[in-house]
Design a binder for this molecule. Structure first.
Ligand SMILES: Cc1cc2nc3c(=O)[nH]c(=O)nc-3n(C[C@H](O)[C@H](O)[C@H](O)COP(=O)(O)OP(=O)(O)OC[C@H]3O[C@@H](n4cnc5c(N)ncnc54)[C@H](O)[C@@H]3O)c2cc1C
Length: 434
């Protein structure tokens, strides 16, 4: 079995999160007798990936100050235990389609906001270290086929420009990059996130927010992490006011939802490559990451991730990758990567990891995540309300922040109408609100 070597230094705070879960870890206990008569709400967020932690943050942030609110995050592995923890971390609004991405500007803005919250938290903990959770050097996409020659300029995306450049300009950004059609799209504002570092910092930011809100307002706020495997949704019935299912591809494995969600699963492998110690030439510090048939997410001048494979209908959600699976993945990824970055041949394999994507169906607005209330899908009368936020596909970073916020607003207000119809219309008409 190949193991993954994370570059993310584990701080005392982050290691506390990773070790969470054998026991329940209450961060803020509801103890004050002065709060005894206040209304209190308990929310369960299932899954500690991009979707779950975005919902958790926004549930805390958007709850009324005079309410006692407890958010329990439940995950059987830990923070980043699913696809989010292994994602390539490329954040950009580029679409190879002629039509711009649905609500790209709003999604972009909200993700940058959550990212800066996580970075502030990270900075507060690691003031003297060079830990990064976002590398802001942009992303370059050499055009390799005639069908990708045009890109729709989305004018609402002023904060993430997409520039067309020629081979010379591309090579000044990444020396020796191959630009076969003398055209590349350069997104100077695109970001490369370290997903595990980001998620850990975001969870800590939730803890900080809960403490701050408890100290300034009359209603205490708490967030707890529980390492717990959910076999059936109904095992949580009655324990919580609302249960929000953010289990990614594995939402489809729950008995209550199996066969009812229009999601296809797709396993992806990414490889960690390093420059051998005896190679002096490095990837330039200022050079952007590269997007192509295979992408190259630069971590630092001597470490990169290359991805990703697409194994449709897989049910294998393990992050571990066998030697055989890794070799097959490399056979596929290296030729694709070297078509744009021939120097990839100088990099040595250093491990591989995998995740299971939840791919939503294609609609007239593109492939959009699935949101909304699912009580009727579960099919019984409940004391708890059940919600879904899944199907982030291969754009988890772009979608999680804004759609997590919408989900939290809908849960808090018990009103699904705050969610655009495009995101709830996946359900059979019968159960949609008219
Ligand atoms: C190889 C790969 C590369 C990718 N690269 C990018 C990228 O560069 N940029 C980008 O935007 N997106 C990327 N994606 C897509 C992105 O990773 C997903 O869209 C995103 O992670 C989905 O987040 P999620 O929170 O919905 O699901 P997940 O991250 O899968 O989270 C679900 C969580 O639920 C937990 N869980 C599951 N079942 C149970 C259960 N029964 N009980 C308790 N807990 C459970 C899991 O442990 C997990 O932590 C990539 C995906 C893959 C596979």
């Amino acid at each position: 079995m190949l193991t993954w070597q994370s570059n993310f230094p584990v701080t005392s705070q982050t290691s506390r999160i990773i070790r969470f879960g054998k026991t329940v870890t209450p961060v803020v206990a509801f103890s004050s007798s002065s709060h005894i008569h206040q209304r209190s709400l308990r929310y369960a967020v299932l899954g500690a990936g991009f979707a779950g932690l975005s919902v958790a943050w926004h549930l805390l942030e958007r709850s009324a100050t005079d309410l006692r609110v407890c958010v329990d995050v439940l995950d059987e592995i830990g923070i980043g235990g699913g696809a989010s923890g292994v994602a390539g971390g490329l954040l950009h609004p580029y679409s190879p389609k002629v039509k711009p991405l649905w609500m790209a500007a709003k999604c972009w803005e909200e993700t940058l906001r959550l990212l800066s919250i996580a970075e502030t938290q990270n900075g507060a903990l690691n003031q003297n270290s060079n830990v990064f959770i976002a590398r802001r050097k942009g992303i370059l996409r050499p055009v390799v086929s005639l069908k990708n020659m045009s890109v729709m300029n989305d004018n609402s995306l002023a904060s993430c420009r997409i520039r067309s450049i020629n081979e010379d300009a591309a090579q000044s950004l990444v020396p020796n990059i191959s630009v076969p059609l003398d055209l590349a799209f350069y997104m100077p504002d695109a970001v490369n996130i370290h997903p595990q570092g980001y998620l850990e910092a975001l969870y800590l930011a939730c803890e900080t927010l809960a403490k701050e809100m408890s100290s300034v307002g009359p209603g205490e706020k708490a967030i707890n992490f529980h390492k717990r495997s959910i076999g059936h949704l109904l095992e949580l019935e009655g324990e919580y006011d609302a249960v929000i299912v953010c289990l990614g591809a594995r939402s489809t494995f729950l008995p209550e939802l199996s066969g009812k969600l229009p999601l296809r699963t797709c396993r992806g492998i990414i490889a960690h490559l390093r420059l051998p110690d005896n190679t002096s030439e490095e990837f330039l510090e200022h050079s952007p990451s590269i997007l192509s048939d295979a992408w190259i997410a630069i971590q630092n001048p001597r470490n990169l991730y290359a991805g990703s494979t697409w194994e449709w209908k897989s049910r294998n959600y393990s992050q571990n990758v066998s030697t055989e699976e890794a070799s097959k993945a490399l056979e596929e990824l290296i030729p694709k990567a070297s078509a744009v970055y021939p120097n990839i041949s100088k990099w040595a394999f250093n491990g591989a990891r995998a995740g299971l994507r939840a791919m939503p169906p294609l609609t007239s607005n593109g492939s959009l995540p699935l949101l909304g209330q699912i009580d009727d899908l579960i099919g019984q009368t409940h004391k708890s309300k059940f919600w879904l936020f899944s199907g982030l596909g291969s754009r988890g970073l772009l979608y999680h922040a804004w759609l997590g916020k919408l989900t939290a607003q809908a849960v808090i207000s018990c009103d699904e109408d705050v969610i655009p119809l495009e995101l709830t219309s996946w359900r059979p008409k019968l159960i949609r609100k008219s």
